[in-house]
Each structure stands twice: as structure tokens, then as C-alpha cells.
Design a protein around this ligand. Structure first.
Ligand code: NAP
Length: 343
């Protein structure tokens, strides 16, 4: 059997699918979780095919130095996905920035102390690529988010700072392992566990009528199984290098709402009907965004009327990725929200 692979934040939406795919491919997996690995809340991981023989869970926290040592020690590779993914937090420095950045340093330090880790795959984000898409440009791996701060899209800031730290760490310390970064866009699709991740929560909110109107918003979506497959390919492809934008096709909010309505996902009759996606509508949305919770308001002001465009040629070519159509993934996600009782 090959040497084990460590997956940090194994209970997360994306990480659980990575764990599943690694087990399906015969790997031994050492997952880190925040509570006791024997806790009932991780039963969905322990029940995965192959888990009884090849999955071990270890308690670790991004903010506790050295807490990843035991899980990582015998591994040849680490997939570092753990990082808080939330908007509208009370204290962005403590709740987002510190765990993202210090946690990444903590995990890289742990890997550098081992003799066996050869590759680290880091889950970064589109949030490290842009925080205010420019519709006249096509984004690629050379683009960096230079505008976020603790007050402006702080989740974006936590991701760009964590990824910058990782590349800087590699440059300064020249560790024995190499680093490959995956930058997923909006990750959707079915969840292996009961918790609700932030992107799928947005779909739930659209169905529940939290969005009063259709805004001029365009998102790049990627299915969670494709996202997991990209991480596994990054681990297995020797010549993989640098960053990889990871996204399927993009969808306007208008088409997303239409998709949900046409497929009968309007159980409360609350899918938005008012269309504010015209330039005048966007001006109104920017004004009204001041009434929203702070981070939602900033997100709207930096994204409304700014369709995102991007080029995923690198991940298709180097990692052989094909992406599921986003409409298919979204429909599966919404069915799954029902299955877990989130809708
Ligand atoms: P998720 O389900 O919320 O997973 C986040 C994971 O991080 C959870 O396992 C969580 O543990 C763990 N975590 C948070 N704070 C921690 C701490 N202080 N110490 C240890 N573990 C901690 O979200 P996800 O969507 O799978 O996100 C996983 C990664 O993908 C993140 O790095 C996120 O930024 C990135 N990403 C997500 C998307 C998306 O649309 N979902 C898009 C691009 C990038 P608990 O379960 O105990 O809270």
C-alpha cells in the first residue's frame, strides 16, 4: 500500500469528497478534524467505502502550533483544505484571517519538519484571484486579488493572504516538498455530510426568498466532485506546478433562478421575480446594499454588474480536467439540500 496522504479539515464539504476519492483509489488517508475523530458527527467519513481499513482521523486546529504533526508525520503528501469559509463574521481578523494564514504556516511548518512529505496541495480560491471582476478581462493564473482587506471582502482577504504566505514560504525556506495550488470558484453539488457549506447555503437562500430580486451577478461554478478530482490530480501529476483556476461554466443569477423555477425548486413560491439586472437596477442594488449586513453589502457592491470571465485551459491541459455543466451540478445540489433537510 502507498504511503498515506493527509487531508486537513476532512469533515468539510470539499475535503470529504477528496477523502472519498482517495479511498476509492486505494490510498490510506489521515484526515484532520476539529473534534475527537470518534465523535458521531464524523460517522459519515468513517462509513465511506474503504474507511474502516484505510482512514484515520486526528484532532487538529489551525491555531494550535504543532497540532498537525501526528497526522502528517508518516505522509508523502498533504492536501490542505481547512480554512474558515464564512461571510458576515463579527471579527474578521480573529475568525478568518488568523486561522487561514497562521493555519497555513502551521501546516507548512509541520510538513517541513517531516522527511517524507513531497507535495502539498493547497485549496485556495477564486477569492485569491479577484475581489472585483473586470468584465473586460479574462482572468487566468497570473491574476491576484490586490484589493481585499479586513473591511472589504474579508473572506477574500483571508484566502489571498494565506495563498501569498504559502508561495512566500516556499521561496524563503526552500523546503523539500513542492506546492501546487487549486483555486476553485463557487463549489456546489451534493454533500457527503450533514453540514451546509456557504455556497450551497446561497442556493438555499435564493430558494427561500432571501434575495428579493434578480441581480446582475455572474458566478463561475464548479462541482464538488470535480473540485475533489482536481486536488487528487494535482497530487498525482508529477509535472503539476503553480496555481490552477478550477471552474466549470459561469451562470447569470437570472439563468440560475430560471433553472430552479423550471425544475420545480420553488417550494415556497419565493424565487425572485423582480429583475434588477439592468444598469439602472444595478445602481439601485448598490444603494440598497448599504442596508445589508456589512460583508454581504460589500460583496454586492464589488460584484454586481461585473460579470466574471476566466480561462481554465491550464487545469484542463495539465491535470486532464473536464468539468460537469454547472446547471447539472446546481440541480443535484438543490436535490441534496432537500435530502439533508436544509430546504
Ligand atoms: P467547509 O465545509 O466549511 O470546510 C471548512 C473546513 O475547515 C471544515 O472542515 C472546518 O472544520 C475547517 N476549519 C475551519 N476553521 C478551522 C480551524 N480553526 N481549525 C481546524 N479546522 C478548521 O467549506 P468548504 O467549502 O469545504 O471549504 C474548504 C476549502 O475550500 C476552504 O479553504 C475554502 O476557502 C475553499 N473554497 C471553498 C469554495 C466553495 O465554494 N465551497 C470555493 C473556493 C475555495 P469544522 O467542520 O470543524 O468547522
Amino acid at each position: 500500500m502507498s504511503k498515506p496522504v493527509c487531508v486537513t479539515g476532512a469533515s468539510g464539504f470539499i475535503a470529504a469528497h477528496i477523502v472519498k476519492q482517495l479511498l476509492d483509489r486505494g490510498y490510506a488517508v489521515r484526515g484532520t478534524v476539529r473534534d475527537d475523530g470518534a465523535s458521531p458527527k464524523y460517522a459519515f467519513l468513517r462509513d465511506l467505502p474503504g474507511a474502516a481499513d484505510r482512514l484515520e482521523l486526528f484532532r487538529a486546529d489551525l491555531l494550535e502550533e504543532g497540532s498537525y504533526d501526528r497526522a502528517v508525520e508518516p505522509c508523502t503528501a498533504v492536501i490542505h483544505t481547512a480554512s474558515p469559509y464564512r461571510v458576515n463574521v463579527g471579527d474578521p481578523e480573529k475568525e478568518l484571517l488568523e486561522p487561514a494564514v497562521n493555519g497555513t504556516r502551521n501546516v507548512l511548518d509541520t510538513c517541513a519538519r517531516t522527511t517524507g512529505v513531497e507535495r502539498v496541495v493547497l485549496t485556495s480560491s477564486v477569492a485569491a484571484v479577484t475581489d472585483e471582476p473586470d468584465p473586460s478581462r479574462v482572468l487566468d493564473e497570473n491574476d491576484w486579488n490586490t484589493r481585499s482587506s479586513l473591511r472589504r471582502n474579508p473572506y477574500h482577504y483571508s484566502k489571498v493572504e494565506a495563498e501569498r504566505l504559502a508561495w512566500e514560504y516556499m521561496r524563503k525556506n526552500r523546503p523539500r516538498f513542492d506546492l501546487v495550488v487549486i483555486n476553485p470558484f463557487m463549489v456546489t453539488g451534493p454533500s457527503l455530510g450533514p453540514s451546509l457549506n456557504t455556497t450551497n447555503a446561497m442556493l438555499r437562500d435564493i430558494v427561500r426568498g432571501v434575495y428579493p430580486a434578480i441581480f446582475d451577478l455572474v458566478w463561475g461554478f464548479v462541482d464538488v466532485r470535480d473540485t475533489a478530482a482536481a486536488h487528487v490530480a494535482a497530487l498525482e501529476t508529477k509535472r503539476a506546478e503553480g496555481r490552477y483556476l478550477c471552474s466549470g461554466d459561469s451562470l447569470h443569477m437570472r439563468d440560475l433562478v430560471l433553472l430552479l423555477r423550471e425544475n420545480g425548486f420553488d417550494p415556497y413560491g419565493k424565487l425572485p421575480r423582480l429583475d434588477l439586472s439592468s444598469p439602472a437596477g444595478s445602481a439601485a442594488v448598490r444603494l440598497l446594499s448599504r442596508l445589508q449586513p456589512r460583508d454581504t453589502g460589500v460583496y454586492l457592491r464589488t460584484h454586481v454588474g461585473r460579470a466574471i470571465r476566466y480561462d481554465t485551459a491550464k487545469i484542463r491541459k495539465d491535470l486532464g480536467m473536464h468539468f460537469m455543466p454547472s446547471k447539472e451540478s446546481i440541480l443535484e445540489a438543490v436535490k441534496d439540500l432537500r435530502r439533508w433537510g436544509h430546504l
